[in-house]
Design a protein around this ligand. Sequence first.
Ligand code: THU
Length: 124
Amino acid sequence: MDNLIAEAKKARENAYAPYSKFKVGAAVLTGDGKIFTGCNVENSSYGLSICAERTAIFNAVSAGYKKFTKIAVVTDTEPPASPCGACRQVIFEFGDDIEVIMANLKGDVKIKKIDELLKDGFKL
Ligand code: THU
């Protein structure tokens, strides 16, 4: 868990957030122990911005991974921030048992399962 948080913290440094100034880093752990990271990437056309969690998951899926056990999200907030609704739905797509680790730079950590953060998520 500490390693996943450390990777998310490193990814946060790459955040492109000139508009909100709110940097977020994420790291997702695959079923076979690999880590993929992501950061938020904003745009002048605000609605095109993407969150760190989705960047990390899309990064992993693009590399051929679809089984995830945990995702860590790091922000510089107190308490640690929890994923937005869109990211919850994207995490849920890959399993209702995924553990969401929310951490901040101070070292506070909150952990919840995705199906607790997103009740009755959408499934086709
Ligand atoms: N953001 C994330 O990266 N993850 C979330 O779960 C919520 C918000 C980003 C989007 C935007 O770049 C900035 O934080 C402020 O909303």
